[in-house]
Design a protein around this ligand. Structure first.
Ligand code: FE2
Length: 380
């Protein structure tokens, strides 16, 4: 983008369009199906600074799976692995590799959430069910979204246990410090060729979301930015789901590469917010998290593009942090390499300084960086 590109939305502008039949309080948890939950948990603690919260498995009477719950500020991850040789979790891992199965949303009423969404065309994954233990009760329900991903609605007003009924507190003597990750800013879904608008409509009609109209939607299919993207947001703006589909470009789209290796649509990246991206990324890098390489030339022109910023450029360049600006401010962001062996899921670390967009101006720089990686894998 050039310095004259403008963002044309603010959350307040989309509020009247977003309907309120599905009030969402926030992201409740993100559950990944993984091949080895014990080792994945160690990775998320050691590398990303997540804290041990809860556990379910043979010791708690669960026979078919083992789950570890980890948390950092408002971000809650659940890592689940199968304990039996067949079954849906094994099949999911065989098909997709480690990846996000559940994007759980915190709701005031999980029964109403299920009724409102299924009556508008959502395919049910789980009818409302009340689960209880000595800490109280929760109600959960679920619907399908893109690919094999699901949304679980969690009503937990009457529950004060460590996570959900069936989980016990996970005490560990190994507690690496947090790195300043605070909450999920947005979660991006990759869908197949020509499917973006179908899922944009799904979030609009079934969940009452509205599209954030911004420059992010325009000029999206240059030779480098071989993708199309629209951002869907719920009424209060706490939940933002950009939806990507591949586009024809000079080289193979990274979205297409994802779809090939994930064998379908799925969660591409989880963007997590920090208040100090330099400290957070320094800590993550020291702990072994790998980030995409940003060409040095990026920093030669970046300030011409984004104008004045509070931070020194030197540490941003040293760490490979990207900068973008819109009408309301600027943002700092960086992308990890995929955190699994298939080139599928990765994380974004983002610090917003007023900006409400998603870093469109960095797409070209990001794609150049990603294409270097694709070249190494021979998948361009
Ligand atoms: Fe993002």
């Amino acid at each position: 983008m050039s310095q004259t590109d403008n963002v044309t939305y603010g959350l307040e502008k989309i509020m009247p369009e977003a309907e309120d039949f599905l009030p969402l309080l926030g992201t409740d948890y993100v559950e990944l199906y993984v091949g080895n939950a014990k080792q994945s948990a160690h990775f998320y603690k050691t590398a990303f600074g997540f804290q041990s919260v809860a556990y379910a498995g043979l010791e708690t009477g669960v026979k078919d799976r083992t789950s570890y719950v980890l948390q950092q500020d408002k971000i809650r991850l659940v890592l689940t692995t199968p304990m039996e040789k067949d079954g849906p979790i094994n099949r999911h891992i065989n098909e997709h590799g480690d990846g996000v199965k559940v994007v759980a949303l915190w709701v005031p009423d999980a029964t109403k959430a299920w009724e409102e969404t299924t009556s508008r065309g959502a395919k049910s994954f789980m009818e409302p069910i009340k689960e209880e233990d000595g800490h109280g009760h929760v109600v959960r329900s679920g619907i399908h979204t893109y690919g094999e991903t699901i949304h679980i609605f969690v009503e937990r007003e009457n529950y004060n246990g460590p996570f959900l009924p069936g989980y016990k507190k996970w005490e560990s003597h190994y507690n690496p410090s947090e790195v300043g990750l605070r909450y999920i800013d947005h979660m991006v879904g990759n869908v197949g060729w020509g499917e973006m608008n179908k899922w944009v409509d799904f979030y609009a009609k079934v969940m009452g979301f509205a599209q954030l109209v911004s420059f992010d939607d325009k000029d999206i299919s240059t030779e480098y930015t071989a993708l199309m993207s629209k951002v869907m947001s719920n009424g209060n703006g706490r939940i933002k789901f950009p939806i990507n589909e591949p586009a024809e470009g000079r080289k193979k789209s990274q979205i297409e590469e994802y779809i090939d290796f994930y064998n379908g649509a799925g969660v591409q990246h989880i963007a997590v917010a920090t208040n100090n991206i330099i400290e957070t990324v320094t800590a993550l890098r020291d702990r072994g998290v790998e980030f995409l390489y940003v060409p040095e030339a990026y920093y030669e022109t970046v300030l011409d593009r984004v104008g004045e910023i509070d931070e020194d450029l030197a540490p941003l360049k040293e760490l490979g942090i990207l900068i973008d600006r819109d009408d309301e401010g600027y943002l700092l962001q960086i992308f990890t390499k995929p955190v699994v062996d298939r080139p599928t899921m990765f994380f974004e670390i983002i610090q917003r300084k007023g900006a409400k967009s998603f870093g469109k101006g960095n797409f070209k720089a990001l794609f150049e960086a990603i294409e270097r990686e694709q070249e190494l894998r021979g998948t361009l």
